[in-house]
Design a protein around this ligand. Structure first.
Ligand SMILES: *[C@@H]1O[C@H](CO)[C@@H](O)[C@H](O)[C@H]1NC(C)=O
Ligand SMILES: *[C@@H]1O[C@H](CO)[C@@H](O)[C@H](O)[C@H]1NC(C)=O
Ligand SMILES: *[C@@H]1O[C@H](CO)[C@@H](O)[C@H](O)[C@H]1NC(C)=O
Ligand SMILES: *[C@@H]1O[C@H](CO)[C@@H](O)[C@H](O)[C@H]1NC(C)=O
Length: 352
């Protein structure tokens, strides 16, 4: 190993072993392993590994963020995006809708954290774009695209906007640079879904404005672009997951098209996949399924969290648990809060 790289790796490893490592998100794409493999390479990825330690930290944080959001969005599904090593690794070797979602949400997480670090001034290589409120890129409306709406009335760009262009580019440099064989359908799909994840932020930048002038008279209004919340990004990608398109390789092998001709071709923001998902009802580690045995379900819901669906009609057992909770809290002048202890009875249903 070259000295510069050793230093970068060690610096980089320290924060990861503490937090991100423990969540198991390294299974998705361990930046340290990626850098280890990249050490003999040239190009953007190798440059990032060599001398952008702070950026690598944001990559790791972004992945953890993506996996966490995946767990939230899939909390009531048969496969709940658990970051358990074997399950996630198997899922990522496939090319199902779940694979596509994980790839998209982690690429989005990386974009998000890099952009946020940039705005916070943590990265020496970038800053928020004061001129165009961070969106940047030609024309008076800067990087506004997608569903972003411009504020009405008189205003001008100002303040410190989120530099989404930088986050987008660096996420792509790090996550996509390794994949050279663009004629492999699985790689095409992975890159497409990575990009769809990044667009779930880039296309939904929102203007935020501030009034200036005597006692809020708003004689001057400045606006900048801000990222949506990561929950909004997750919701958007979950919608894309629900409407994902099954595709097949085109004749030239360099693109793909919907398996069913009647379906409209996916756009850049849509998720795509080539393999049908298993039902994840029974544990089968070969396919990354932990099964739904032992999962908690809702006996009155008809949705995916309902006991029939979640337990795959195997039935469930019901148990009442008593939980002590704080209740009837009172504020006493000054400055104390006292509460009683109440017993909260809850019914817990567990899948057979
Ligand atoms: C990283 O190092 C390479 C040479 O090893 C250099 O060309 C590049 O400008 C450096 N990048 C940064 C951001 O310092
Ligand atoms: C996710 O599923 C696994 C395996 O079925 C289970 O052990 C875990 O508790 C579930 N997580 C949540 C948040 O429900
Ligand atoms: C169970 O589902 C019902 C109907 O969808 C809902 O009203 C209720 O809040 C759910 N209970 C829990 C504990 O989530
Ligand atoms: C819960 O509390 C109820 C009374 O409120 C009692 O009848 C029941 O036995 C308790 N259950 C458990 C598991 O402690």
């Amino acid at each position: 190993m070259r000295p510069a790289l050793v230093a970068a790796c060690l610096l980089f490893l320290a924060p990861i072993t503490g937090s991100v490592w423990a969540t198991g998100s390294h299974v998705v794409m361990d930046p340290w392993m990626v850098c280890k493999k990249a050490r003999k390479m040239r190009g953007k990825l190798a440059d990032i590994c060599r001398n952008e330690t702070e950026l690598l930290k944001q990559v790791a944080r972004g992945q953890a963020k993506g996996v966490k959001e995946c767990g939230y969005q899939f909390r009531a599904r048969h496969w709940n995006c658990t970051a358990q090593r074997r399950s996630m690794r198997r899922i990522l070797l496939k090319d199902t809708r779940e694979t596509g979602f994980v790839n998209a949400i982690t690429a989005a997480g990386v974009t998000y954290e890099i952009t946020r670090a940039c705005t916070a001034g943590k990265l020496v290589q970038c800053s928020c774009d004061k001129a165009k409120g961070g969106g940047g890129g030609g024309g008076p409306i800067g990087g506004l695209s997608g569903n972003a709406a411009l504020p009405p009335g008189d205003w001008q760009w100002g303040g410190c906007g989120d530099n989404i262009r930088y986050g987008y580019r660096k996420s792509r440099d790090f996550m996509d640079a390794r994949y050279k064989r663009r004629s492999d359908i699985k790689i095409l799909i992975k890159l497409h879904n990575h990009n769809a994840g990044r667009l779930a932020i880039k296309n939904y930048m929102k203007p935020e404005c501030k009034c200036h002038g005597l006692s809020g008279s708003c004689t001057l209004k400045t606006c900048w672009l801000k990222m949506p919340t990561f929950r909004e990004v997750g919701n958007k990608l979950k919608d894309e997951f629900d409407g994902a398109t099954k595709v097949i390789s085109s004749n030239d092998g360099k693109s793909f098209m919907p398996e069913e001709r009647s379906i409209k071709p996916p756009n850049r923001a849509n998720l795509v996949y080539t393999e049908n998902s298993p039902d994840f009802c029974e544990a089968n580690l070969k396919i990354g399924s932990l099964g739904t045995q032992g999962r908690h379900c809702n006996a009155t819901s008809q949705g995916v969290d309902g006991c029939n669906l979640l337990c795959c009609n195997r039935g469930f057992s019901q148990k009442t648990v008593n939980e002590s909770v704080n209740c009837r809290c009172r504020f006493k002048w000054c400055c104390d809060v006292t509460c009683d202890t109440c017993i909260d009875r809850r019914v817990v249903n567990t899948c057979h």
